[in-house]
Design a protein around this ligand. Structure first.
Ligand code: IPM
Ligand code: MN
Length: 379
């Protein structure tokens, strides 16, 4: 299997966690005789500094020419005063649009080893395994008109506009992705909207209901976004695939990190376009950049999604996920995961490891499991 991966490490902790993810991919390539090539490119604040734009043309060309794009994180408070279209985040939105992936998959899983990390009681999170399908190219993020004319004399700059807009086709295509994934899981789709207030949500609900007819084996339920925010914390086990528009999915997927115990654990894949885009859900965390405290597991689990969705190497993807679980079961924790067990007694204390160490532990677990499988086949 050959795969050319554009690696856009970005800002803050992006480069550190991306390094661990690509090391795991290298290990998978070596173990399985695959040929993965990694081509680096600039995006975000680092691209503004070095090339004058959050998404330089070279990066875009490189991404469009790759089989998959792996992105670390973008965002740097240094550029916080710039207009939205000049900030590091603009580079991310532009590349999402250019690659064309409209379905952003964000799994949120309650790992039993981390059940003490969530502020939710273990009996609430136990068994939770949710897959968010967030529409990524529509809604308020991209709708026009959008402006804040600070210099306008008519309103003294005291007015701004964003537009929430969806077409039926945009809803149909992302809904189909959700139903197809649900068919392979627990066969339930929860569609989130605000249909009691917004016309856009009424279109969303009517369209998803239509699409559901193509998938008779899948149960569809609708939830209003406000009560969904509550149900997610009350009964996370009730949800399988959760289908949302762009902004609702942005908010709910961060909320769902509470189920896992840390935002640092969450991976994502964006599919449906010319080139799939892979990014951990966490941001650039500039406060801990370069300290070795970043949790690379979100990025490593994102690498597993690269294998699943771009290389069709399901067994290898599952092996990475199993290696992550193994390391967590062994008690190893990055700083974000260890914080909540600060009150633990000495005998319960878990080894706190750096970003690099965590990456190596996962790689070791992966190699050992592969060796075991191979020796079992040999006998
Ligand atoms: C995410 C992030 C981005 C988003 C930002 C950085 C533009 O929060 O991927 O969830 O809002 O989509
Ligand atoms: Mn977000």
């Amino acid at each position: 299997m050959k795969l050319k991966i554009a690696v856009l490490a970005g800002d803050g902790i992006g480069p550190e966690v991306t390094h661990e993810a690509t090391e795991i991919l290298r290990a998978v390539a070596e173990l399985g005789g695959h040929e993965f090539t990694f081509v680096p490119g600039l995006i975000g604040g680092v691209a503004i500094t070095e090339a004058g734009s959050p998404l330089p043309t070279e990066t875009l060309d490189l991404a469009l020419d790759a089989d998959a794009v792996f992105l670390g994180a973008v965002g740097d408070p240094k550029f916080g005063a710039l207009a939205p279209d000049k900030r590091p985040e603009a580079g991310l939105l532009q590349i999402r649009q250019a690659l064309g992936g409209f379905a952003n998959l964000r799994p949120s899983i309650a790992y039993s080893a981390l059940s003490g990390n969530s502020p939710l009681r273990p009996e609430v999170t136990e068994g939770a395994d949710i897959l968010f399908v967030r529409e990524l190219l529509g809604g308020l993020y991209f709708g026009a008109p959008r402006w804040w004319d600070k210099t306008s004399s008519a309103n003294g700059g005291g007015e701004a506009i964003n537009t929430m807009r969806y077409t039926r086709d945009e809803v149909v295509r992302v809904a189909r992705v959700a139903f197809e994934l649900a068919e392979k899981r627990r066969k339930k789709v929860t569609s989130v909207d605000k249909a009691n207030v917004l016309e856009v949500s009424q279109l969303w609900r009517a369209t998803v209901t239509e699409v559901a007819k193509e998938y008779p084996g899948v149960t569809l339920e609708h939830q209003l976004v406000d009560s969904m925010a509550m149900h997610l914390m009350n009964i996370p086990r009730n949800f399988d695939v959760v289908l949302t528009e762009n902004l609702f999915g942005d908010i709910l997927s961060d909320e769902a990190a509470v189920i896992t115990g840390s935002l640092g654990m969450l991976p994502s894949a964006t599919i449906g376009g010319a080139v799939n885009l892979y990014e951990p859900v966490h941001g650039s965390a500039p406060d801990i950049a370069g300290t070795g405290k970043a949790n690379p597991l979100g990025a490593i689990l994102t690498a597993a999604m690269v294998l699943r969705h771009s290389a069709h190497l399901e067994a290898e993807a599952a092996a990475i996920e199993a290696a992550v679980q193994h390391v967590l079961n062994e008690g190893y924790r990055t700083a974000d995961l260890a914080r909540l067990s600060a009150g633990a007694t000495a005998s319960e204390a878990q080894p706190v490891v750096s970003t690099r160490e965590m990456g190596k532990l996962v790689q070791q677990a992966l190699t050992e499991a592969t060796d075991r499988r191979q020796s079992m086949h040999a006998v």
